[in-house]
Design a protein around this ligand. Structure first.
Ligand SMILES: Cc1ncc(COP(=O)(O)O)c(C=O)c1O
Ligand SMILES: N[C@@H](CCOP(=O)(O)O)C(=O)O
Length: 465
């Protein structure tokens, strides 16, 4: 299995190299050179497997010769052993034809653990084989950061530096990151938005000397391994609903477009998925694109669902590349002009292709709060603000022919203020986080400049070695 960049100018790499490289050297994102595809019989054979085993089988289609399936089985067993639900990703019925798949049963209470827990093991495995070390620089709007820190803390071959937008995450999210005191973990509060943080990470990667000197790697969903590790839960849900003999649809609260891209990838591999629904908050660039081909950046507005307060959805580039029939030059041209003009010029027929599969719905804060209240009153279900947006999108676009599965991406206890306002109930944090508010915080505040980030990365790396 080999991987190519969406911009066509970076070296073709193997899975392990893609894992360690993160962002392609030409600024593009890696994708499989050819998509693995399963026949109905092969999908059928995966039915009934426990989640860790299913995850190993799916991941083995992407690791190729680099990591064998037996090793992946061991790593996946370790990765998902700490989840607090025996099914790992349980599915609950909410209404007629509308279901929710809970992806928040991992240690940091968000769907990021699904990929990050296995990524920690994959990094360790590959780095031990190469007797090497990497420096992970990641951006978070709230959840990726704590999941990455939890997966990497204490690992000798990894230094992890996480940039979060100062004052723009929930307090629980911030404390989950900043209360971790480990030699290989650094938290940076950036005076800017999540998009600034993501751009700063990309700027570090674009400086090829710095990148090489620091052995940079990524844990954001720009890293293909993150997407690959998010595919198995879509497969698990679809098989449980009767795939390959039954179509299903998914509704996904969306920001950086990584989670929904994993659902799209499962479909590309032959899973019968009939509709993919994007849920957005007021930062609705993706919904505007799907509804009227308007991908124009606006200022980010803080919302009740801070993890989706994003304008530049990195993984959209992967979908665009595929919709353009893998025309890397056209993809690079459109992406470069998007970043300079703030408007993405997507050809009409490419947009039409996207609309045959994707739908979008945006909710403002009042609508999000009303949806949380509705779910609590009518289905006795506590959905966090992100999940509530996905569920609302699922309800809007469900049809009679295929079950609609909305993914719940975070535990409601991560967003207590929104939950209290909507339901009057303050959801309790699980026991391992019960004393979160009395733990000491460790972080440094920096301006949103590449120099400030690079200096902080150099210092962090020097302090770890
Ligand atoms: C709770 C939650 N929901 C939804 C999203 C959006 O997911 P994605 O960025 O993969 O689109 C995020 C952040 O990634 C998140 O943390
Ligand atoms: N919502 C994310 C933003 C980063 O997304 P990623 O999937 O690319 O890591 C967060 O919570 O940090």
């Amino acid at each position: 299995m080999r991987y190519i960049s969406t911009r066509g100018e970076a070296p073709v790499l193997s899975f392990s190299d893609v894992l360690l490289t993160g962002l392609a050297e030409d600024g593009g994102l890696y994708l499989p050179q050819t998509w693995p595809s399963l026949s109905p019989e092969e999908w059928h054979a995966l039915r009934g497997l426990p989640y860790p085993e299913l995850a190993a089988r799916i991941l083995s289609l992407f690791t190729g010769d680099d990591i064998d399936e037996a090793t992946l089985r061991q790593l996946c067993a370790k990765a998902y052993a700490g989840f607090d639900h025996p099914a790992v990703v349980p599915v609950v019925q909410l209404e007629n034809g509308l279901f929710v798949q809970e992806l928040f049963h991992g240690p940091t209470l968000a769907f990021k653990d699904m990929a990050m827990q296995i990524l920690g093991h994959l990094f360790e495995h590959v780095l031990s084989e190469r007797d090497s070390h990497v420096t992970i620089v990641g951006a978070t709007s709230g959840d990726t950061g704590s999941a990455a820190i939890e997966a990497c803390r204490g690992r000798k071959r990894l230094s992890v530096i996480i940039l979060h937008p100062k004052g723009r995450t929930s307090e629980v999210q911030r404390r989950q990151m900043t209360t971790v005191h480990e030699a290989n973990v650094t938290n940076l509060a950036v005076e800017g938005t999540f998009d600034d943080c993501q751009d700063l990470v990309k700027a570090c990667f674009a400086d090829l000397t710095f990148r090489k000197d620091m052995h940079l790697s990524a844990v954001n969903s720009i890293n293909w391994a993150r997407i690959a590790a998010q595919i198995p839960y879509y497969v698990y849900a679809a098989l449980n609903f009767g795939a390959p003999g039954q179509d299903v649809s998914f509704a996904v609260p969306t920001g950086n477009f990584g989670n929904i891209l994993a659902a799209w990838a499962a479909r590309k591999m032959g899973l019968p998925v009939s509709r993919l629904c994007v849920g957005s908050n007021r930062n609705d660039i993706l919904t505007r694109f799907l509804n009227k081909n308007d991908m124009t950046m606006k200022d980010v507005v803080p919302s009740l669902s801070p993890s989706m307060d994003i304008q530049v959805s990195s993984n959209f580039e992967r979908l665009l590349f595929e919709l353009l029939d893998r025309d890397a030059a056209a993809c690079a041209r459109i992406m470069t002009s998007f970043r300079s003009s703030g408007h993405m010029d997507v050809p009409e027929q490419t947009w039409e292709k996207a609309r045959t599969l994707f739908s979008g719905l945006a909710l403002d804060d009042a609508q999000t709060e009303a949806e949380i209240r509705h779910l609590h009153q009518n289905s006795h279900y506590m959905a966090d603000p992100h999940s509530a947006i996905g569920i609302a999108a699922g309800r809007k676009f469900r049809d009679k022919n295929s079950p609609m599965i909305a993914v719940a991406t975070a535990h409601p206890a991560k967003f207590p203020d929104a939950m209290v306002a909507a339901t009057g109930i303050h959801p309790a944090l699980p026991e391992h986080l019960a004393d979160l508010f009395s733990r000491k915080e460790y972080y440094e505040t920096i301006p949103a400049t590449a120099d400030a980030v690079k200096n902080a990365v150099r210092t962090a790396v020097a302090n770890t070695h």
